[in-house]
Design a protein around this ligand. Sequence first.
Ligand SMILES: [Zn+2]
Ligand SMILES: [Zn+2]
Length: 109
Amino acid sequence: MAKKKVATRLEREHLSKVASLGCLVCQRPANVHHIRPIGLGIGMRSGHYQTIPLCREHHQGQFSIHNCKQEFEAMYGTEHEMLQRTLNEIKNLNEVNDFFNFNKGENNG
Ligand SMILES: [Zn+2]
Ligand SMILES: [Zn+2]
């Protein structure tokens, strides 16, 4: 009954940027974790833009957002705080890219 949500090209680009930031906790290579949106039922996947980067250990290891959510959030902030941090960092990345594209344009000719 549940339709599988396929990521669009833009979403995939966003997901790879999220992963490229590295784990929010330890900066190691990360996968993306889909956070649970406020107000929706448990188990419901949020959109691909509501994702944060976490390494395997901090994602699904012994002390991870999946296995020790309360302790994890008490230590590192809630999922939604981490999402804010992630989006801010992506925004900075995008601004840097814009800056380089702008310079490239200037150098043409
Ligand atoms: Zn980590
Ligand atoms: Zn996860």
